[in-house]
Ligand binder design. Structure first.
Ligand SMILES: *[C@@H]1O[C@H](CO)[C@@H](O)[C@H](O)[C@H]1NC(C)=O
Ligand SMILES: *[C@@H]1O[C@H](CO)[C@@H](O)[C@H](O)[C@H]1NC(C)=O
Length: 392
């Protein structure tokens, strides 16, 4: 019901108020492809205006953050808005999970309309920004591909393109097992990939290095989803004899994509920013130039050029130690740290050598759990004293 209400409200907004011109200011360096992130906040109370009891109306201003092309895509693919919104939230959650122990922890700003969701850090072409673009683009790919197979997007279905392959393969002479047989409902990665390219990349023309960086990282995010597609099968036949099998392609758990992208973050490639940016593609019509093949050069000429699955960045990251409103950096004062860790979550690194305070806290935990036949686990509730360390 929730989705129906949101849908109705949205269509009103798309058709009725679609032409409402609201100027959105975008920092010159960033590219224009990031305002859609605000969709993540579409379902939040801030953006929902209660009308009559039980009926909520979504503030159409959420949609004013979309570009014309993005609005068209939402109109033409009923159901896709919720998938994109789900994807954006999945991206935030995954990003915060991957970065919870780091100085920059992927915090988002929850404010009216959700514009500039990740804050000003994205104005800088640093690694963190590269990760944000890749994970959001990957999440849209994932959520839309799943939306298709779940039947929640009207303009796409399961991917049945594998159907019929293998059906004429005779059973194995020894085992009697037939080679696999397709026919199941595959997550529609083809549609998800294409939709993400259209929607997520709508604002990136690839005219300067920053826009190329965004395009490259968006594409890398999608590639990481596609490369983790796995075949799943179910056996049919008497008592599990598996004389026939139904197989389909399934999306990876999004955690896998997050883990892989985090690895790429750690090994991200710094690219060269040249003055001759506008030279690229000269003489070629825009149509002819493949914007995903921009031949980015490594900053260090001894390094390999970045591969299509790699994340790329232009600027070194700021230290994230002290509060810096200009860059939207919160600083690590007040963050919890681990006294015994020598990693980034250790108090020395997390607190940037400023020191930390230790407080004794009582935490309530389950303890002394016993397994009882069958099948219960019984626990006591314990009050445990713990030392909590927080950065000065
Ligand atoms: C991230 O760190 C800031 C302080 O720097 C803190 O206020 C915020 O709650 C943290 N966010 C998450 C998601 O951990
Ligand atoms: C702190 O770091 C140590 C060493 O890396 C680890 O074993 C321990 O689980 C960490 N504690 C917390 C609360 O994360």
């Amino acid at each position: 019901m929730w989705s129906r209400i949101l849908r109705v409200a949205m269509l009103t907004a798309l058709w009725g108020l679609g032409d409402l011109q609201v100027t959105t200011t975008v920092k010159p360096g960033r590219g224009k492809g990031s305002n859609w992130w605000g969709i993540a906040k579409a379902g939040e109370p801030n953006n929902l205006i209660p009308r009559s009891p039980g009926m909520v109306y979504m503030d159409p201003s959420v949609l004013t953050n979309l570009r014309k092309k993005q609005k068209r895509l939402v109109r033409e693919n009923p159901g896709v808005f919720l998938a994109v919104s789900k994807g954006a939230n999945m991206a935030i959650q995954e990003c915060q999970h991957q970065f919870k122990n780091r100085r920059w922890n992927c915090s988002t700003r929850n404010f009216f309309r959700g514009k500039n969701l990740f804050g000003k850090i994205v104005d800088k072409g640093c690694r963190e920004t590269a990760f944000i673009y890749a994970i959001t683009s990957a999440a849209v790919t994932h959520a839309v591909a799943r939306g298709c197979s779940e039947g929640s997007i009207e303009s796409c279905t399961c991917d049945y393109s594998h159907q019929g392959r293998g059906t004429h393969v005779p059973p194995n002479a020894v085992t009697g097992i037939r080679d696999w047989e397709w026919g199941g409902c595959s997550d529609n990665i083809g549609f998800g990939y294409k939709f993400s390219r259209e929607f997520v990349d709508a604002g990136e023309k690839g005219r300067n290095v920053r826009e190329k960086m965004n395009l490259h990282n968006n594409e890398a995010g999608r590639a990481h989803v596609a490369s983790e597609m796995r075949q799943e099968c179910k056996c049919h036949g008497m008592s599990g004899s598996c004389t026939t099998r139904t197989c389909w392609m399934r999306l990876p758990n999004f955690r896998v994509v997050g883990d892989n992208l985090k690895d790429k973050f750690d090994g991200a490639s710094r690219i060269l920013v040249t003055n001759a940016e506008s030279e690229t593609g000269k003489g070629l019509s825009r149509r002819k130039r493949n914007r995903y093949k921009s031949n980015l050069l490594p900053h260090n000429p001894e390094h390999k050029p970045p591969g299509s699955m790699d994340l790329v960045y232009m600027d070194p990251s700021p230290p994230f130690c002290e509060k810096n409103p200009q860059l939207g950096i919160l600083g690590t004062s007040g963050r919890m740290c681990n006294e015994t860790s020598i990693g980034l979550d250790g108090c020395d690194l997390m607190c940037c050598s400023r020191g930390y305070r230790t407080q004794e806290m009582i935490v309530i935990e389950r303890c002394g759990c016993t397994f009882q036949w069958c099948c219960e686990v019984k626990c006591n509730i314990c009050r445990i004293k713990k030392n909590i360390h927080t950065c000065l």
